[in-house]
Ligand binder design. Sequence first.
Ligand code: TPP
Ligand code: MG
Length: 336
Amino acid sequence: MAITTPAGTGLTREQLLKLYRDMLTQRAVDTRGFQLNRQGKIGIAMGSEGHEAVQAGTGLAFERGKDLLYPYYRNTGIILACGFPLTDLFRSQLARAKDTTGGRSIINHVTAKQLGIASISSIIAAHCTHAVGAAWSIKRSGATDRVVFCQFGDGATSQGEWHEAMNFAAVHTLPVLFLCENNQWAISTHISKQMRVPTVATKAAGYGMRGVTCDGFDPIAVYTTVRDARTHAAAGNGPVLVESQCYRFLSHTTDDDDRTYRTRDEVAKNRPNDPVPKFEQYLLAGGVVTEDETKSIKREITELVNRTTDEVEAEPYPEAQTLYGNTYAGPDDAWV
Ligand SMILES: Cc1ncc(C[n+]2csc(CCOP(=O)(O)OP(=O)(O)O)c2C)c(N)n1
Ligand SMILES: [Mg+2]
């Protein structure tokens, strides 16, 4: 079944339900992270409430087996949408030994080479040059229809490395998408203190690159925009900067108190744009799902998240003697 979307594009029911499930899963996982933090079980959690449409829409445009993803720390939704196992995500959150980094990285800093998902760096914008390097390698290999997805926030666009990555990618016509999740804040720094141009996408012109803005609260708008950008880049026309305008409803992390730098009024004003209930309403109004179906999908996701949390909590932490593993050449213990 295909329904007519606001962008005039037909998506199958299966695709619409994937968007819906991915958004619900992202929210459930991040909510669980906050709960585990408050229970004293994990040191820090990073919410992505408000980013669900951006990440589900981008995940749907990502072509598994061909494309590469360079995510950042707020990307629980997109990595799951691209096939990263939920169990491994909880192993990262709970720092268990079987985590993809051995339980030794900050949460959500996972890696999955087999899925084309690169390791996450905490250094803002550092991965943008890595993504461009990967795109350069794809171009040099002569491969076609392969694109690198590089995710980052609005704050990252003030970093020198971001500008170098943009410029190099444009000069060399590389198959890379610069995908900005503009949530208006970089911890306590508002976007008005980051830039004088009206949108992040405007910056693309300075590099001779295509730049587009889309409604980051609408997963279909994000999907069609990223899909079209992908087609452009995959056809050898060079990189595209896509800005998805969204909002960060929660504090930056559980270590941050957003009441110190923004009003409750501001947050409340953005709440009606919450992409999760909005998309659910859209699907109900279009007859894509019934009330009963939404209830059973939510129950299923809650049960999955509960079960996975319990299973991973029962797993062991890494052994103490592995502390220096992958840090120094030679023996794992630097003091030996
Ligand atoms: C090079 C560097 N400078 C500063 C920091 C500290 N820091 C961590 S997250 C962050 C804000 C980034 O904001 P943005 O790029 O908008 O992403 P968001 O968290 O809003 O999704 C900062 C400044 C860092 N990790 N790396
Ligand atoms: Mg931001």
